[in-house]
Design a binder for this molecule. Structure first.
Ligand SMILES: Nc1ncnc2c1ncn2[C@@H]1O[C@H](COP(=O)(O)OP(=O)(O)O)[C@@H](O)[C@H]1O
Ligand SMILES: [Mg+2]
Length: 284
């Protein structure tokens, strides 16, 4: 559904690239994530793939359309939601969706249904200009679904939302994906990437460092550790041991043998820990 080869993008005339030699393929039905810190080049990549930024160098096709010569039809097949909500402040929530719906040549979804879906029911007749940042974000998100897109581009879909609403948004993404929608999602949040993505690309300084499923990454890079809470001379202690390093194993065996164990959990590496191992940098 998405195919990208040797993509570069620069905002200036010098040799500084916001995106450098990026290549990846997203098959139909996948949730593909771009995980990286702020400034990594995620939004720029989404901008090129959604036709907002011109394709400067490299090859890219989306839903079978070559981005070198964008055809208007492509926009019927894709949905996009950006970090900055760009809704019309003078129009109400419902008017915003109705207006946007007219731009498509395909069957569109009922504005009220979408408003309800993102938890804005009762707010449909309020001008978007009076909405909070989070509400605008949800309206933009709802709008991105209006044309029943086959490919859905979501830039930081849950950033800045409170946890309950973020959970709602995640459910909607899953639901759409279960219906066959292919999702390209950018985030600097490892939890979102882990929960939603079939595969993630680690991106930093405009370059993809690796692409794999969260599960494979944890198997390949995850250090196997165990958290042990035990009683030592009447005092509770908590320690973490590697289950691979010999000295740790010996200490752990000693504790298991001699102490009263309160709790013991094996711990997986988080995507952020793996990200740091691979790129040397964090996600913040
Ligand atoms: N409109 C712009 N003009 C100039 N530089 C930009 C513009 N948008 C982004 N950049 C730069 O491009 C790089 C990548 O940005 P971006 O794609 O927004 O990263 P991300 O979405 O991963 O945070 C950053 O160095 C950023 O400062
Ligand atoms: Mg961004």
């Amino acid at each position: 559904m998405i195919s990208v080869k040797g993509l570069y993008h620069s905002y200036s005339k010098d040799d500084k690239y916001a995106v450098k030699d990026v290549s990846f393929d997203v098959p139909k039905g996948e949730v593909f994530g771009f995980l990286g810190p702020s400034g990594a080049g995620k939004s720029t990549t989404q901008g090129v793939l959604t036709g907002l930024l011109q394709l400067q160098r490299g090859e890219a096709t989306v839903a079978g359309y070559d981005l070198k010569h964008i055809k208007q039809e492509m926009f019927n097949k894709i949905g996009m939601s950006f970090e900055q909500s760009n809704v019309y402040s003078k129009l109400t929530a419902k008017e915003n969706l109705k207006f946007y719906a007219q731009l498509f040549d395909v069957k569109t979804r009922d504005p009220q249904e979408l408003i309800n879906l993102v938890g804005l029911s009762g707010k449909e007749d309020i001008k978007a200009g009076e909405f909070s940042k989070g509400m605008k974000h949800r309206l933009t998100f709802a709008r991105s679904m209006i044309n029943n897109p086959e490919i859905w581009f979501l830039d930081e879909p849950t950033t800045g939302l409170d946890p309950a609403i973020a959970a709602n948004i995640k459910d909607i993404i899953r639901e759409q994906n279960n219906k066959g929608v292919t999702v390209f999602l950018t985030t600097h949040n490892m939890y979102i990437a882990d929960e939603l993505c079939d595969r993630v690309a680690f991106i930093i300084d405009g370059e993809i460092k690796l692409i794999d499923s969260p599960k494979n990454l944890k198997l390949a890079y995850g250090e196997k550790v165990v958290d042990v809470e035990y009683v030592d001379n009447g005092e509770r202690k908590k320690e973490t041991f590697s289950t691979v390093v010999k000295s740790d194993k010996n200490t752990l065996a000693g504790i298991l043998d001699a102490k009263e164990i309160v709790t013991m959990h094996t711990k997986e590496a988080t995507l952020e820990e793996i990200f740091i191992k691979v790129t040397g940098r964090g996600l913040a």
